[in-house]
Ligand binder design. Sequence first.
Ligand SMILES: Nc1ncnc2c1ncn2[C@@H]1O[C@H](COP(=O)(O)OP(=O)(O)OP(=O)(O)O)[C@@H](O)[C@H]1O
Ligand SMILES: [Mg+2]
Length: 366
Amino acid sequence: MNFLAKIFGKTEKTRSALGVDIGSSSLKVVQLSRKNGAIVLETYGELSLGPYGKVEIGQATNLPADTIATTLIDLLHEANVTTNDCGVSIPASRSLLTFTELPRRDNPEEQKTVIELEARKYIPVPISEVHLDWFVLPDVPSSSESETKTPLKNINVLLVAVHNDEIQLLDTVVKKANLAATFFEIEIFSTIRSVVDETVKPIMIIDIGSASTKVYIVERGVVATSHAIPHGGQDVTRAISASSGIDIAHAEQSKKEEGITGAEQGEHRIATETTFSNIFAEAKRVMLQFEHEKKRSVTAIVLTGGGGVTKGLGEYAQNFFAVETRVADPFAKTQAPEFIRPVLKEIGPEFSVAVGIALRKLEEFN
Ligand SMILES: Nc1ncnc2c1ncn2[C@@H]1O[C@H](COP(=O)(O)OP(=O)(O)OP(=O)(O)O)[C@@H](O)[C@H]1O
Ligand SMILES: [Mg+2]
């Protein structure tokens, strides 16, 4: 599979960066390098966790570190990954993102204390059990206010907490797979890096995974709101299976072949549309609440995650939200042979997180 590297004549000196995305239904890896200023796609691959967890392909799993590591070793081998320099994603479901407004302090130490005290209110477990991080969000005046040069009295902070158990699990996976990870990153931030080009206006990302759909609005390059919906691609498959009376494996296959609009049989189409419209209805509530609070409109929607690959979903979403919608194309940021472009464009949404991680890893080399 490392034919991509061969085509681009990778030299000995090139350092490769690996992005690892540990999803609930599958693992994805992407290996990138930099050549003459361009970002080169060296290899990529995906392996379903289902068969390792005794569930069907496409269904979500909850596996111990050992099994994830075994799967990852298989994938690294299959995809011909040639580096162990990597970063790894943290699932959004294992992290807590909270937005809060706090008094501004000029002294950074004082500011830190204010933020940490506030964090205690939001985090449902002792602070010692989590890794805590935060970002001070840029001041964005509402449309009724004019841009002001004097700093506002309060700051808006995004608090991020990840349970120590999750970090421990990732550490074990990385060690057992013989990788060297320099960072773990919550998948939302990885996706933003690989799919968001709009630097000012609000856009909404809908990451349709297996068991859940992550919805977040990004403004001026940073997350302004985030929400998890406990339904995803596996529910589409289950709905098709139940309504058409076929087993999960066949329903999964049918979903991939027919997409949302292509199905001849009424049951398939109704099952698919009903599941997606329920997911989208919740995403729309998130969008409307944001627009109501901030008095700014979401200007575009990006569909990502495996569910984003669903045939016809981009058009369906565009009609549903009445907002310009595109399907994520994270490989567009990379150089690859023309003949694999159509494949990369089609499967791209599944790899948004892995590409985003690899891009950050590549930055580290500079
Ligand atoms: N061609 C396709 N058409 C429709 N659905 C697809 C297609 N390819 C993959 N999927 C669905 O995408 C889902 C998996 O998406 P993804 O790989 O983003 O999930 P994950 O990262 O493992 O899960 P999560 O992000 O929730 O932890 C599965 O339910 C799968 O059936
Ligand atoms: Mg995922």
